[in-house]
Design a protein around this ligand. Structure first.
Ligand code: BGC
Length: 469
């Protein structure tokens, strides 16, 4: 028999039932989507697996969680001062930022966004890093700072093996990047070399970091209990403050550090097969349509690059089975990648508001004029896929909170999916509380951690260096 708390958990993770007049159709759709629904027992099982994978990762045993040492052993203390450059590479846009810090607060911020063409993201790495260096030079020269020595924090939002605060060896590309010759190379060295070849600025790379790290650091300037950084955007990942004595991978000499930020790289959770039991036929197709097949299993269940695609795959299946859009067919819906995650957020907004406006607009882009039942089904599919993502993220966060054993933890979050989706945050608050009722936690939005956080990390890197000299 289910204990009462498990019953509450079980009941809370249900989505609203699909309300159709045609009972047979309703049953068929519900049956097909059962595979997307996680029971409370499954949630508990995933918690156990995540806990075990985290422990293995931190103890350097084979695990799908890298648990990488970032070598950032302290949070901002309000003394950070000066002019810093930040680079933010992770999505299809690359950003260069100039930030001035006074007493740990950003008082000036100039930002420029550069688009990275698909060929630069997927060919050889040399042109990519030449382009990054060119953008940096153009930016610095346009600011009239070419003769000033500028410390730079490089947000490189991909899995890295870090040998120090300024060495990051790329493990694998994710999201929309795949320049094969960069794998196993130091992204910082590639950037430094490209900048040196130009020789037209005095930029000095002092730290490399992940966007989750930048988010945690930025969050720490907003709330002193911040100890987790989370990105729910195109990709997904989290980092947290770990006790330094628990961390086995530590290459440079230790200097009495008490804690350090660990980059979990949870996008790869399940790449060793431990999560296969929740993989649906829709996930298999989503993976097959992706740039890096059989890689980043967990990210493909939850993140913004894939959520829309999962919904599209389900809608197409329902359409082909004669359960949806029976009065018309849509060719454009058959195109992989055509149903972006922002559409899911818009449709979810309708569900929250109890209306159809956005749903109709989105479907119109696919030349579909839906009837009332179609709308209900599309909204249901978006809800089921979004709810699974929220639950999976909450399972990992609850497990992480238990692992950290702190009295109070603020989770700093950033990312387009989190910002645009109307109810991820409320679901996460509910599910984390149910999964780990004794833990005190808070979710806050840390605006632009990958930019501002990079400048603050650069300042921390300089502070650590000057202490050791
Ligand atoms: C990368 C992480 C990153 C996350 C969010 C993932 O694909 O592996 O390093 O933090 O995306 O941008």
């Amino acid at each position: 028999m289910m204990v009462p708390t498990e019953r509450v958990l079980h009941e809370s993770i249900q989505v609203n039932a699909l309300d159709l007049t045609d009972d047979v159709k309703r049953q068929k759709i519900a049956n097909l989507l059962t595979q997307m629904r996680l029971s409370s027992a499954t949630a508990r099982k995933i918690q156990d697996i995540f806990r075990s994978e985290m422990n293995k990762g931190i103890h350097l045993q084979p695990s799908s969680l890298q648990m990488e040492n970032t070598y950032i052993p302290e949070l901002p203390d309000g003394t950070e001062e000066g002019l810093f450059l930040a680079l933010d590479l992770g999505g299809t846009n690359f950003r260069v930022l100039l930030l001035e810090l006074v007493n740990g607060v950003v008082v000036r911020e100039d930002v420029k966004k550069y688009h990275i063409d698909a060929h630069l993201r997927t060919d050889s790495g040399i042109p990519l890093f030449e382009y990054l260096a060119e953008c940096v030079s153009n930016f610095v020269i346009s600011e009239g700072l070419q003769d000033v020595e500028l410390p730079l924090g490089f947000t490189f939002s991909f899995p890295m093996i870090q040998h120090s605060l300024e060495i990051g060896i790329l493990v694998t590309w994710t999201k929309s990047f795949n320049c094969p010759d960069v794998v196993n190379k130091d992204a910082v060295q590639l950037l430094k070399d490209a900048l040196a070849r130009r020789g037209d600025t005095r930029v000095k790379v002092v730290a490399v970091l992940n966007d989750t790290t930048g988010t945690l650091i930025q969050g720490a300037t907003q709330d002193r209990h911040t100890a987790i950084g989370l990105i729910l955007g195109t990709g997904s990942n989290a980092c947290y403050l770990e006790r330094a004595d628990k961390v086995e991978h530590w290459e440079p000499e230790r200097h009495g550090e008490r804690e350090v930020i660990i980059d979990i790289e949870w996008g790869a959770f399940g790449d060793n097969g431990v999560l296969d039991f929740i993989k649906t036929e829709f996930d298999l197709e989503n993976d097959a349509n992706s740039l890096m097949v059989n890689s980043f299993t967990f990210e493909k269940y939850i993140s913004g690059k894939y959520l829309g695609e999962i919904v599209r795959i389900i809608l197409v299946r329902l359409m082909k089975d004669g359960l949806l859009f029976t009065r018309q067919t849509s060719e454009s819906l058959l195109i992989p990648g055509s149903f972006i995650t922002d559409y899911v957020s818009l449709i979810e907004q309708d569900t929250v508001d109890g209306c159809w406006l956005h749903t109709k607009e989105v479907l119109a882009k696919f030349h579909i004029v839906p009837d009332e039942e179609d709308i209900k089904i599309v909204q249901y599919v978006c809800e089921v896929a979004s709810n699974r993502a929220a639950l999976l993220v909450s399972i990992c966060l609850a497990t992480l909170l238990d692992h950290m054993e702190r009295e109070e933890v603020t989770i700093a979050v950033d990312g387009s999916l989190y910002k645009h989706h109307p109810r991820l945050e409320s679901w996460m608050n509910k599910y984390i509380s149910l999964l780990t009722p004794a833990r005190k936690f808070k979710l806050i939005h840390a605006q632009d951690g990958s930019g501002k956080g990079a400048a603050i990390v650069a300042a921390i890197a300089l502070r650590i260096k000057s202490r050791l000299e």
